[in-house]
Design a protein around this ligand. Structure first.
Ligand code: FES
Length: 109
């Protein structure tokens, strides 16, 4: 198991730490931990963009490049995308992501 820290807003300085299995997606880990800021309406089929997150460095640079499909779907995210925006259903967790810090958008709708 690894730990991921999710921040609900700029005012959330401590974040919420969840435990996640290596190999599962960040989205599945967040939904399994009842993180309300990750809706994931499509269940990970890359058709909803309600699993939008912003990944902090240094973890962002360690992620595989996003696919064209992820890039295109991010344009439909409810909150404006940022340079560090990703869809959490497309992030497969690895041991190297232990401690990863992720910001949640203000809304997924
Ligand atoms: S869960 Fe729908 S695009 Fe990620």
């Amino acid at each position: 198991m690894i730990k991921i820290v999710l921040f609900e807003s700029a005012n959330d300085t401590s974040g919420t730490t969840i435990e996640a299995k290596v190999g599962q997606s960040l989205m599945k880990a967040a939904v399994g931990a009842n993180i309300e800021g990750v809706a994931a309406d499509c269940g990970g089929t890359l058709t909803c963009a309600t699993c939008h997150v912003m990944v902090r460095e240094p973890w962002l640079s360690q992620l595989p490049a996003m696919t064209d499909d992820e890039d295109g779907m991010l344009d439909f995210a409810a909150c404006a995308r940022h340079a560090n925006s990703r869809l959490s259903c497309q992030i497969k967790l690895t041991e190297g992501m232990d401690g990863m810090q992720v910001d949640l958008p203000a809304s997924q709708y």
